[in-house]
Design a protein around this ligand. Structure first.
Ligand code: BDR
Ligand code: CA
Length: 502
């Protein structure tokens, strides 16, 4: 990566800019970053001119403000300059001049244009501008390539003198800041892949928890996914045990939870939802030293923008963090969790595994006052994957999609054996649906705001999500519960993301 940064133009760089101006005048070439600089005696006057720019476009679009930005390298050398003109109060910004010609003549064709556009787009986002228009000469193939690589959409062409200039729009979607807390697990793994592959998510970090497997396996599996996708997102290992369920050994009685299905010799069964290891190479990367709970407290306390938490395992980490520092709730935008059941259950006759594995944690989270969206088994069983989907994945012919196909096949075998679905030969990938909701909210359907509490009394209903559907619930409604899913849309989403794997 080129070591360069953007800075507002200032007197400090006057000499350098003057030199470029002279160079430009001598060579009779153009340098759009300093358009009209030759008409001014010093840079201050010129900057003032930039702010008052009254050219045709300014009048046409009612632009009222301009920033003159400089592209600098680590030696404080000016590499390029760009005019950014904006319409106040609208998410529109116009990058003046021609993108290729914003780079100082001696630095052209060295990759700076591409990097500069990236930095300018970041700058726009930082000041709340999400729609940017820019232009390039119709015959400037290199600039056009840079614009198209940033999803530039052609708008129109104008002629200035005998030169044709093309205009493009770049629309930047605001990324959703997300922390994933998971117990990877075959379906967690697919959710993680989707988050890493999507450009709509800014993945702040991943926390792991014991659940589907002991913490060492869930953490190692998480790292395996991160490494397989060449991501640099950090992984923090969290709680090894649920908050309190194990304090009373008799509490669970004969109910062991469905992942407790063991072969007679107590080794891992051949048919299982989750093997100890995912079918991916053993990771060489390591988890961070800090515990996930401490990291959550620290990160959420200092967050400048609210963060969405996607929880696809037992909720121990977040519940512990909320107990340590309740103020973190202010910086959580929403909690989307896979867990619970309305009419469908798996761990026991009335409880879903993630909630059953740590009922007190789930109750703490549900009553935290933070917006909660629950993705229960009722929804996840409506978006199953089958063997044809696995064939399609295998045809993509790469290590990651092969692993996804294997994991889904393994899930189908387990579901056919232990929880046959409405259509045999198909299985839900629960956690991926919860993550999918962040990217495409329409994947969840029939969403109802309800009062949801968790039974943690240690009896037969331990871990049940009790959904109050009455018109006048005893307590305030606290959770959006999705009862259905859009199967086609979910499939489209999963495939469109996995197709990006190289
Ligand atoms: C949930 O339990 C786990 O086995 C899955 O990963 C999913 O999060 C389904 O009940
Ligand atoms: Ca999970």
């Amino acid at each position: 990566m080129l070591e360069i940064r953007l800075e507002k133009a200032s007197i400090k760089y006057l000499n350098q800019i003057e030199n470029y101006r002279k160079e430009m005048l001598k060579s009779n070439s153009s340098f759009d970053g300093c358009s009209n600089l030759d008409k001014y005696d010093n840079i201050n006057e010129w900057i003032a001119y930039c702010y008052k720019m009254e050219n045709i476009e300014t009048k046409q679009l009612g632009l009222v403000n301009a920033d003159q930005l400089l592209l600098l390298n680590s030696d404080e050398e000016v590499i390029g300059m760009v005019n950014v003109r904006r319409k106040l109060n609208e998410s529109l910004m116009l990058i003046g001049g021609n993108i290729g010609y914003s780079i100082c003549p001696k630095y052209r064709n060295k990759g700076y244009g591409k990097r500069m556009l990236f930095l300018v787009l970041e700058y726009c986002k930082s000041i709340g501008i999400t729609k940017v228009r820019l232009s390039c000469y119709a015959d400037n193939i290199a600039s056009k390539k840079i614009i198209l690589a940033n999803n530039g959409k052609y708008d129109s062409a104008i002629k200035i003198g005998d030169k044709e200039i093309e205009r493009y729009w770049i629309t930047m979607e605001e990324k959703v800041k997300v922390i994933i807390d998971c117990d990877t697990g075959s379906d967690d793994a697919i959710a993680l892949m989707m988050a890493i592959l999507s450009e709509k998510i800014d993945l702040i970090g991943i926390c792991t928890v014991a659940g589907n497997k002991a913490l060492n396996f869930t953490t190692e599996n998480t790292l395996a996914v991160v490494e397989a996708l060449n991501s640099d997102v950090k992984v923090y290992a969290g709680c090894k045990e649920s908050m309190v369920t194990k304090l009373l050994p008799s509490r669970r009685g004969k109910y062991t939870g469905f992942t407790g299905v063991k072969d007679e010799d107590n080794t891992e069964p051949k048919i299982t939802y989750h093997h100890d290891h995912l079918p991916l190479p053993t990771p060489t990367i390591k988890a961070e030293k800090q515990n996930a709970v401490c990291w959550l407290v620290e990160t959420l306390l200092k967050a400048k923008e609210k963060i969405t938490m996607v929880i696809t395992g037992p909720m121990t980490n977040l519940a512990m963090a909320l107990r340590i520092e309740p103020k973190i709730a202010d910086n959580i935008k929403e909690i989307v969790f896979m867990g619970g059941g309305f009419k469908v259950f798996n761990a026991t006759r009335c409880a879903e595994f993630n909630i059953w594995a740590d009922p007190e944690a789930a109750q703490i989270v549900l009553t935290s006052g933070i917006k909660c969206t629950m993705v229960p088994l009722d929804a996840t069983h409506k978006a199953n994957f089958d063997y044809d989907d696995c064939k399609r994945l295998k045809a993509m012919n790469n290590m990651v999609t092969d692993a996804v196909a294997k994991m889904i096949e393994q899930r189908i075998e387990a579901y056919d054996a232990y929880q046959p679905q409405a259509v045999l030969g198909s299985a839900p990938i629960h956690d991926a649906l919860a993550l999918g909701y962040i990217l495409e909210p329409k994947v969840l359907e029939n969403i109802n705001l309800m009062r949801v509490d968790v039974d943690f009394s240690g009896g037969m209903a331990d871990g049940q999500t009790i959904c109050d559907t009455r018109t006048y619930p005893d307590d305030k409604r606290n959770c959006y519960v999705a009862l259905d899913a859009n199967n086609d849309l979910f499939h489209q989403l999963v495939f469109s993301l996995l197709e990006r794997v190289k």
